[in-house]
Design a protein around this ligand. Structure first.
Ligand code: ADP
Length: 589
């Protein structure tokens, strides 16, 4: 119950008591004077007040009780003016004031106005009529003595003062309570803000931690993968070769897990930006499924890729990397969770609206299937269908969580239907804007030729290519030296950024491979120093950043520091050579 309602009930309680005392005194006074009408009226009013007081202590119906009091007050007021006294005296005025104050406080604006006018207007009319002596009522007015008037005036004023002071206190309390609630609210808001800040900070710390950890894990992984590549290149014995393959496979697996965790972290912190570049869906699907078909066949599964032929010559805009990630994950899961039967990947053009197409992607398998109650939970991060899944198939339970979020970010939804023991189907629809360019078969084969040519050219790079490598990790240095020995290149090594800048001042190089995190001077600072050199050949030397860091905006940072490109460790030797070749060629042209 609000403070005001509580105050109203208290007011009625004590007000009625006061009124009963006052009325009793008045009753005695008029009775002793033998004023019959007044005695009857006052007696009636007294009895009704006592009855209302009883009712109030029984049920706190303040609204009804105050209405009844106001009706009684109005009747008494009008009867006194028009019949009993046939006069307007100070008591009448007091009663009117009492009714006005009481009705407003108890019943609010509308009823307050109603009772006020009901009491005031007839009295005003009476006064006007009396002024003209035009009224006529066949009743001899009574007049009370002074003591009665004094008692009435005193009682009425006491009531008026009581009502006012009571309500004034209640209003003050109400205001104080509002203030207190406001202050509590503000304190709570401050607490919330702090909690939000703390959460944001902890998520930032988590994201930084993951990024640092990934760097720490990727650096040795780089060495493991690189070394197994090198050992595999050196014609190992068959048993060695098998062991090396296992080593390489496990290291690559570990790298995939680290990448998944990082990717999830990146998506969760809302740092994914989708590209809008041109590509052909048929080429992309064939590339994705190329490697997967081999895996499926190794398991004795039938793999079918069914693409709508209308997509063959269409160039569309979208993010092929992210789309690859989604399809690749779905197909990998399908192969992983299917022991025999088939995998069907279907790409259908649902709608072709000239400059926009809607494509449906579906990956269907005949594998172990998923229980109905688990169809939602498998999309939660780090969640697999059961402990048995983890034991039997491994995995982190991040793949579907990443896919779901990637689709969600593009306002898309993944649909799953599955029957335990019969298989599963994952599908989603995606819209793509269509380019007006049409790819011909000839173009596609020439693009392929071009990339093959680049690799060939890279392999043809002679020992005359002068490479400066800024790298502090001795294992990585050894790895790079061995790697470049394949092309008969002997690179110059600088153990930190400062050394790299010094060596650049004295020697001439065709390309600089710059590790980013190094002691003394970082790769960023060293690159900026090189770009400031007066000799234009040195200032413009191609610089490729080598980084194991998975910082989200690494590309921007690298370009801002004046470097030309970057390669993430662990890198593929051919990819690195291709970049070197392209950069050197572009500088020489
Ligand atoms: P992971 O593959 O690393 O376990 P995912 O997030 O990709 O993680 O998958 C989560 C779980 O969903 C899997 O562990 C598996 O229980 C279930 N699942 C996913 N794809 C399939 C499928 N094609 N058939 C049966 N179960 C699947």
């Amino acid at each position: 119950m609000s403070i005001l309602d509580q105050a109203r009930i208290r007011l009625l309680y004590f007000g009625l008591l006061l009124a009963i005392v006052g009325l009793s005194a008045l009753y005695v006074s008029v009775y002793l004077q033998n004023l019959h009408v007044m005695s009857i009226v006052l007696g009636g009013v007294l009895l009704s007040f006592i009855a209302l007081f009883k009712y109030l202590s029984f049920k706190p119906h303040w609204r009804t009780i105050s209405h009844m009091l106001l009706i009684i007050g109005t009747l008494v007021n009008l009867a006194t003016v028009f019949v009993i006294l046939q006069d307007v005296n100070i008591i009448t005025v007091q009663i009117i004031i009492l009714v006005i104050v009481f009705s407003f406080y108890m019943q609010g604006q509308n009823w307050g106005m109603f009772y006020s006018l009901l009491n005031l207007l007839p009295v005003l009319i009476f006064m006007v009529m009396k002024y003209d002596h035009k009224y006529f009522i066949d009743f001899k007015p009574e007049t009370a003595d002074d003591s009665t008037t004094i008692i009435a005036v005193f009682a009425n004023f006491t009531l008026i003062i009581f009502i006012h002071s009571h309500f004034y206190t209640a209003f003050l309390k109400n205001i104080q309570q509002l203030k207190d609630t406001g202050e509590e609210q503000t304190a709570l808001n401050i607490k919330f803000e702090r909690a939000i800040e703390k959460a944001a900070k902890s998520s930032q710390v988590q994201s930084e931690f993951l990024s640092t950890m990934s760097h720490e894990i990727r650096t040795p992984l780089n060495a493991v993968i690189g070394m197994s590549n090198l050992l595999l290149m050196n014609n190992p014995r068959q048993d060695q070769s098998e062991n090396l393959e296992i080593l390489k496979f496990s290291a690559n697996n570990l790298l995939a897990i680290v990448n998944d965790v990082l990717d999830f972290n990146k998506i969760e912190s809302g740092k994914v930006v989708f590209e809008k570049i041109k590509f052909n869906l048929v080429d992309l699907m064939q590339n994705i499924c190329g490697g997967q078909i081999i895996k499926a066949e190794e398991k004795g599964l039938l793999f079918k890729l069914d693409i709508d032929s209308s997509l063959r010559h269409k160039v569309i805009f979208g993010d092929p990397t992210r789309l690859t990630q989604v399809i690749f994950n779905l197909v990998s899961n399908a192969i992983k969770f299917t022991a025999n039967g088939s995998i069907l990947v279907r790409v259908t053009c649902l709608e072709d609206r000239h400059n926009n197409i809607t494509v449906s992607f579906s990956v269907k398998d005949t594998g172990i299937g998923i229980k109905k109650e688990n169809l939602q939970t498998i999309f939660e991060p780090f969640t697999q269908e059961s402990i048995t899944t983890t034991r039997q198939y491994g995995g982190t339970g991040l793949g579907l969580a990443i896919i779901k979020r990637l689709l969600q970010l593009q306002s898309l939804k993944m649909h799953v239907s599955s029957k335990v023991g019969q298989g599963s189907e994952f599908s989603f629809n995606m819209e793509f804007p269509v380019s007006t360019v049409i790819v011909s078969v000839k173009e596609r084969s020439s693009a392929l030729q071009q990339s093959q040519q680049t690799i060939a050219q890279a392999e043809g790079l002679g020992s005359n290519l002068r490479i400066l490598i800024a790298e502090d990790n001795p294992v990585n240095v050894m790895l790079m030296k061995k790697l470049f020995s394949k092309w008969k290149i002997v690179p110059t090594i600088a153990e930190n950024g400062e050394r790299a800048v010094e060596i650049m001042q004295y020697g001439n190089f065709d390309v600089v491979l710059m590790d980013l995190q190094m002691p003394v001077m970082s790769g960023f600072d060293a690159s900026m120093e090189i770009r400031k050199m007066t000799d234009p050949a040195k200032a413009n030397v191609p610089i490729i950043a080598l980084t194991a860091s998975a910082l989200f905006d690494i590309r921007d940072q690298v370009i801002n520091a004046g470097m030309n490109d970057y390669v993430a460790k662990p890198f593929k030797p051919d990819e690195l050579m291709e970049k070197i070749q392209n950069l050197v060629a572009s500088v020489n042209n």
